[in-house]
Unconditional design. Structure first.
Length: 280
């Protein structure tokens, strides 16, 4: 009688291979990891209006200059509607941590528009955790943080186009000291700000929104920071800095309305300093 061979060893091998494939399949179906910086910047949820500003704000080059990494803890100051948050949140979602501190002027209550804007910003973060992860939002007032973890220490403090407001409110020194305290030793304070012509008076800075680099550097150093680098990433040689409504004449604000709008649009956004400070 002819013996029919059996294939049980092959069947066992198939079962073992199938069992091995299960975790691989599950892994492939898991939630995607945080996007790369390029992918976060290009993500469709940012919207065309926000991404149209990339040509002026150079988010990739700016964040790389500040030494951003996906495993860091980052505190963004005065995020506004969240133009940079929409990049930082997804980028840090899985391996890092993002904190936000909304700025509250010390001498006056927020306007209804500011209150609604802050609430809208917080709602966006809270209702889309798949995009932003868990973002902790607090406040900064009179150089003091509230709503953030006690004794918080972060790798990066970042702020974009806010310093002129703190000068007007008399809060620049208190805020710089707060940033110094919350940063780890070796941590970086990244600053982007509208840049005034050297020699511009303090009152002109307040009136126009343009601040001299020397003024920012002086006050950062007074808080204990060391200037570690400056960049021309966000410079704009076409910005003449002599407009009726200061920096707010330029896009995207256009405070002058339709007056001279075509010329101002051709100039683009403001000439800006980009500075990297280190806590020794």
């Amino acid at each position: 009688m002819k013996t029919i061979p059996t294939y049980r060893p092959m069947r066992r091998a198939f079962i073992a291979l199938a069992a091995l494939s299960v975790p691989l399949l599950l892994a492939s179906c898991a939630t995607p990891a945080s996007p790369s910086l390029d992918a976060a910047i290009a993500a469709p949820y940012r919207g065309d209006k926000a991404q149209a500003r990339d040509v002026y704000r150079h988010p990739k080059e700016t964040l790389e200059f500040f030494g951003l990494a996906p495993t860091q803890s980052v505190l963004e100051i005065a995020p506004g509607s969240g133009w940079y948050t929409d990049i930082l949140g997804p980028y840090l979602r899985d391996r890092g941590t993002l904190y936000e501190a909304q700025y509250v002027p010390p001498q006056a209550a927020l306007s209804d528009g500011e209150i609604k804007g802050n609430a809208s910003f917080e709602l966006k973060l809270a209702t889309t955790p798949a995009v932003y992860g868990t973002v902790i939002v607090g406040t900064l007032r009179s150089g003091q943080f509230s709503g953030l973890p006690q004794g918080l220490q972060v790798d990066r403090v970042l702020t974009f186009r806010n310093i002129h407001n703190w000068i007007e409110d008399g809060q620049i020194d208190a805020n710089f000291r707060a940033f110094y305290t919350v940063l780890k030793p070796g941590g970086v304070l990244g600053v982007e700000e509208h840049r005034a012509t050297p020699g511009t008076s303090l009152q002109q800075m307040i009136d126009t929104g343009y601040v001299t680099e020397a003024y920012v550097i002086e006050h950062a150093k007074s808080a204990g920071f060391r200037l570690a680098g400056s960049s021309e990433i966000n410079s704009n040689p076409h910005d003449t800095k002599d407009y009726a409504h200061g920096v707010w004449s330029l896009p995207p604000t256009y405070r002058g309305g339709a007056v001279d709008r075509e010329r101002l649009a051709a100039i683009g956004e403001s000439d800006r300093m980009t500075l990297r400070f280190v806590k020794p």
